[in-house]
Design a protein around this ligand. Sequence first.
Ligand SMILES: [Zn+2]
Length: 512
Amino acid sequence: MQVRWNFKLLPNQSQETTLEDWLVTLRKHRNYALRERKDGFETNNKDASTQIIYSYGSYCELDSKIEYGSCCPLTCPVLKHGFIPQDQELAFKESKTRDKETKKVLSTTIGWDSASGIQMKVTSQLRQSLPHFAAIDSCVLQRNIANLDTAYSNFWKHNRGFPQFLRRLDSFEYKPGRVILRHIRKNYATVYLPGIGDVKFHRSRDLSLIQDLRTCTIKREGGIWYISMLVEISGTLPELKPLDECLSVVGIDVGINQLVALSDGSFQENKRVATNKKKARRLAMRQRAISRKQKGSKNKIKAIKKLAKQQHKIAQSRDGYNWQVASTIVKTADVVGREDLNIKNMVKRAKPKHDGLGGYKRNGASQKTGLNRVILDAGWGDIFKKIAWLALKAGKPVVPVPAKHSSQECPSCGHIDKSNREGEKFLCVACHHTEHADTKASRTIAKRVGLVFPPNKKTLPADCGKVTLSRHQSLGVEARNQAYGNHRHVWETPTTGYLGDTAQTPKESPCL
Ligand SMILES: [Zn+2]
């Protein structure tokens, strides 16, 4: 089984300096390579004074891979071709083109290779003349060019943005087989990084499981160094349990007031790691400090580092908490049903409203921005990803179901109405069925998974004593949930029947 493991690196001072120097050189290297390709593209290589000429003029059809000699830069993946003057004395690939005439022209006049092939060869020449290039492991430099290629192919094939010049680079990669694991001690281990030496790292996992070390990435986040290893470990993933053998299902509804509402009636609170009052204030303070500093000054750099540290801390605490949440959810039942949300669309900016006189009406843009910030802070997508992985490890299926009207549909009579919902309260306007809105939504989702269970629902693990979260009982009143404030016992009665049609829900309604 191949997994990615992250460890905290503990480099000593000289190693840290080397790592920092490498990142600066690698960034310049990448930017130079990008500039070279861009210039070739823009001038279409008519400027013969340039030492190396990349011909982006010749293009190939992406589907048929047939190559043509004439110019059409927009259909040409830039990685395809580059021409090189003969005096460069570099080894060249044989032309693979099917067009015989083009082949003849190519083979008689000039050698050719892909842009990255040429740039990699030039880089190895540079290593002989420039000491700061020679200090860097050659594989790392090659991966740097390969990453630029990935950026280009993302642009051509996957609708991503055009490769940008980097103002900062925070990671580099070693190819498989370059990094060697050494000295495993109780609390730490060392890893041999070519060009840097033996670097300690915090041993937070059982390293004896590792069978093979693949690509390793060294990263810097918030001033802290990490190594991310792709490792082959012993053990395989269990087979996914077939849906008809599963005995229980849990539906989850992600939200703002409660991060996750489970269909067994429990909740996972939303900690708002970046948008709670204290953290939001601190972040604003750090941002403001940066904007006050003089451009290009050392103090500005210091302030930026402080902010990065703060943001890194926040990201880590969100990550840790979301793992906990995901783990709790996966342990609850055999199948997890979740909404199929398009979060990217949900956090779009509010559209401007025209008033017909050339001006604009109020469109609630700032409110929407605030809401978007909270949604992004919750990390719903992140939770879904974590649930998917943990469920895969446990052999449990995860079923995404359509989210449409999940919070408006009445579980009792099926009536769909916007006015059914009032804040955290669900009150059906047709049959006066009442329930906590988020829990109800999660039950609707669980229902939409479409599994039918035997009538004796008491045997289901999800219903055994987990129906009401004890913390929820003791805290009782949510600040905004006045309607349920005096009727806490509503939630203490185990609601057993959410899976079938015989949904047994509290009859007394606090607001009737
Ligand atoms: Zn109803």
